[in-house]
Design a protein around this ligand. Structure first.
Ligand code: NAD
Ligand code: MG
Length: 303
């Protein structure tokens, strides 16, 4: 089990700057897609720390990128709050995914594994159909999957990378939402995942950062389109978070030791620190919230 069991009690009053590991970190390059189990130190996705309190009773959630990082944290939290959860991931991430499946099942909830590549429109349609059928409904769609690969100079960004980054981050979101909306009942919630990069782009993320700006615009436009159908659409915009996306080339390897030190809190976020936002936005508690962007950036400010 790759969750870090040493990490803190989420609910105890404490100094957030010292709550989780701070730089320096080890160099730890790995291939794409990165695996959570190779992170040093292991990240906290709430495996032993997140406590549910019945905020998503019998809800039916599909989480893309649910095997690792922020998606894993959202999937675990959704299950602890009482939801049945389907997760999508790439076939090479089966090991990470099976850990999440086991954690969801441990809560007594239905856990559905849907491996496959969302850069294909046909697969996005199939994924939604399978989740809807296996869960017996679909009322939470958390689109968390993403591709990020840092390249210092525009001259070195290949057209293949440019296209794949847009396919995974933007086209897949469009296709998945298009397939899901007709299946979602009033009360349904769609949650997208942008980034601090949408508004504060890094020079080495010339393909990725604009996809995150596109996600913000898509979220706001869609929210207004479907509000009268009773579907809410909101966005989580994280700052630097300790996930395998970053150690598998999302950042240049030379930046990993100081990862998160640029934030006012001087540390990266942990995936579990994103979970409360996904839960709030999924839950009926946020019934008047739509078209919004919720940041969690250690103080960098999205906007
Ligand atoms: P992660 O590597 O744990 O998650 C990304 C997931 O995307 C992978 O697990 C993989 O399953 C999925 N994915 C990638 N390509 C895919 C494809 N072709 N088909 C199907 N699935 C695919 O890393 P993470 O940091 O938790 O990333 C989750 C989201 O958070 C991403 O959208 C990312 O852009 C966003 N984000 C991350 C950070 C950060 O610092 N980690 C900051 C801001 C935003
Ligand atoms: Mg993964």
């Amino acid at each position: 089990m790759s969750g870090n069991k040493e990490l803190s009690n989420l609910y105890k009053l404490q100094d957030p700057t010292k709550q989780y590991p701070r730089p320096k970190f080890k160099h730890q390059p790995q291939g794409v897609p990165g695996l959570d189990r190779k992170m040093q130190p292991l990240a906290d996705h709430g495996e032993t720390s997140y406590k549910g309190s019945g905020r998503l009773p019998n809800r039916k959630a599909l989480v893309t990128g649910g095997d690792s990082g922020i998606g894993r944290a959202a999937a675990i939290a959704f299950a602890r709050e009482g939801a049945d959860v389907a997760i999508n991931y790439l076939p090479s991430e089966e090991g990470d995914a099976q850990e999440v499946i086991a954690l969801i099942e441990k809560e007594g909830r239905k856990a559905i594994a849907i491996p496959g590549d969302i850069s294909s429109e046909a697969f996005c349609k199939q994924m939604v159909k399978r989740a809807h059928k296996a869960l017996g409904g679909l009322d939470i769609l958390a689109c968390v999957a993403g591709k990020q690969h840092a390249v210092e100079k525009i001259a070195d960004v290949t057209t293949q990378q440019l296209e794949q980054t847009y396919r995974v981050n933007v086209f897949a979101l469009f296709w998945t939402v298009k397939a899901a909306l007709p299946l979602m009942p009033p009360g349904g919630s769609i949650i997208t995942t942008a980034s601090i990069q949408a508004t504060h782009p890094s020079p080495s993320l010339l393909d990725y950062a604009p996809t995150k700006a596109a996600i913000l615009a898509f979220t706001r436009a869609l929210a207004r389109q479907v509000a009268e159908d009773g579907i809410r659409v909101n966005c989580v915009a994280p700052g630097p978070v300790w996930t395998p996306l970053q150690t598998s080339g999302g950042q240049p390897d030379k930046k990993i030791p100081a990862f998160g030190s640029e934030t006012p809190m001087k540390r990266p976020g942990q995936p579990v620190e994103m979970s409360p936002l996904y839960v709030l936005l999924a839950s009926q508690e946020s019934s008047y919230v739509t078209g919004e962007v919720y940041g969690a950036t250690g103080g960098l400010e999205v906007g």
